[in-house]
Write a protein that binds this ligand. Structure first.
Ligand code: SF4
Length: 413
């Protein structure tokens, strides 16, 4: 039971250019007749049990069980807020853009369903201010519902495009009118903002899946959006839980290094990925994370050390500057890594970089530095041959091809 009938292709650097689907307007969407209300508490309970049975987890990266998160918010008094988080922090990901540009009403139905369950009085769509095509589609969707006699009252809140502005506690702080930055919490995997009244934030795909489960049942939770990175494009595709990555990327040959999950995830050899199922729960059982669903097979001509350095630089620049190990530590590591990538690092500086890489995990207020260090460590492990060559001042890539999408203004600063 899939959301899209075909793949959607975006450019590598923005969400404006896309090929594939046509946008579903409200007239077409309403024929699905997805019921967003519940006639009684018993009906609401029945749906929550269905969500639990489906095993649906959040699609933002943390993969927290959705029904449990909603049930926690239901403990608070009515009158809270539900947020559709459309702030796609990962430059490699385009799945939120695909949803909002082509099936906005499905996400809105998910928002309405959750609002009903927790009896929220405020509905918010949280989106970066450079997501113009998605923003246009959202405004159009709200107008379409109004013209059809089914008005909804949703606030659209925009903010600058930063990696951490889509992080759960940043979203909730921003919705409260506070500074948009992560809040410190001991258990970084647990949702934040459940209180009195609750602010419940869900990723856009999570909301779309909630609406799909409402319409089609548990099977609808068993497919997942992936963004496949190419040199000049990002392709949003949908895989069933039973599909392997080898089936999704059937043209991949040899054993190329592959970025798996996102910029806070890992480099892995393709051979260790290709037989894995595209399923967050199965991956978790093997100690891996589905992450934001980004997969990037490194093309011939791109140096993995240079590519990792580009991402580390960008991730360091995305720190909310609240915690020293993140703000100063990541910047220092990124600087040393780039020296190393361009063959200008001394053995002492390289050694210092390794020590600092070992010191940072667990010392930030949020998981941002942990993810960044995870990527660096996986590169050091998988690319040990390239590391040796760089330390000897030899890189086989005279002009490394830029592959991983990194926003231009940061990449060149
Ligand atoms: S770890 Fe970094 S991004 Fe997270 S709260 Fe601290 S400074 Fe901000």
């Amino acid at each position: 039971m899939k959301i899209f009938s075909q793949d959607i292709v975006f450019g590598s650097a923005n969400h404006e250019l896309s090929l594939g689907e046509t946008r579903e307007n409200f007239s077409t969407h309403s024929k699905l007749n997805i019921v967003t209300t519940f006639g009684s508490n018993a009906q609401a309970e029945e749906f929550l049990t269905l969500l639990e049975t489906s095993g649906l987890t959040g699609h933002g990266g943390a993969h927290f069980p959705v029904a449990r998160k909603i049930r926690s918010a239901m403990q608070s008094p009515a009158g809270g807020t539900v947020v559709a988080n459309a702030a796609e922090g990962e430059p490699g990901s385009a799945k939120d853009a695909a949803l909002w540009q082509f099936r906005p009403h499905l996400v809105i139905d998910g928002l309405l369903i959750v609002a009903q369950l927790i009896q929220a009085k405020r509905l918010v769509i949280w989106i970066h201010n450079d997501e113009r095509a998605s923003h246009r589609s959202i405004v159009e969707a709200i107008k379409e519902r109004e013209l059809a006699g089914s008005p909804i009252h949703v606030e659209i809140l925009t903010m600058p495009p930063r990696y951490i502005s889509g992080e759960n506690s940043s979203v909730i702080a921003g919705v409260r009118g506070e500074a948009i930055a992560p809040r410190y919490r001991l258990d970084k995997a647990r949702p934040w903002g459940l209180g009195n009244p609750s602010i419940l934030s869900h990723n856009s795909e999570t909301l779309a899946r909630i609406a799909m489960v409402r319409k089609y049942g548990v099977e609808a939770a068993r497919s997942h959006l992936l963004t496949l990175l190419g040199l000049d494009r990002r392709t949003v595709t949908e895989a069933a839980s039973s599909d392997t990555y080898g089936q999704v990327l059937s043209k991949t040959s040899g054993n190329p290094p592959t970025l798996f999950g996102g910029y806070g995830a890992t480099w892995m050899p393709w051979d260790s990925i290709k037989n894995l199922q595209c399923d967050p729960a199965t991956l978790r059982a093997t100690g891996l994370s589905f992450g934001a669903g980004i997969i990037g097979v490194l093309p011939v001509g791109s140096c993995p050390i240079v590519e990792t350095g580009r991402v580390l630089t960008w991730m360091a620049g995305q720190s909310a500057r609240q915690c020293g190990p993140c703000f100063r530590g990541l910047a220092d590591i990124a600087q040393r890594w780039n020296d190393f990538a361009t063959k200008a690092i001394s053995a002492d500086d390289y050694h210092t970089m390794l020590i600092r890489i070992g010191l940072i995990p667990g010392r930030g207020g949020c998981a941002h530095p942990d993810g960044t260090i995870r990527l660096a460590r996986s590169a050091l492990t998988l690319f040990s041959d390239e590391v040796e060559k760089h330390l000897e001042g030899k890189c086989e890539y005279e002009h490394s091809l830029d592959f991983l999408p990194v926003p231009l203004e940061v990449a060149t600063s």
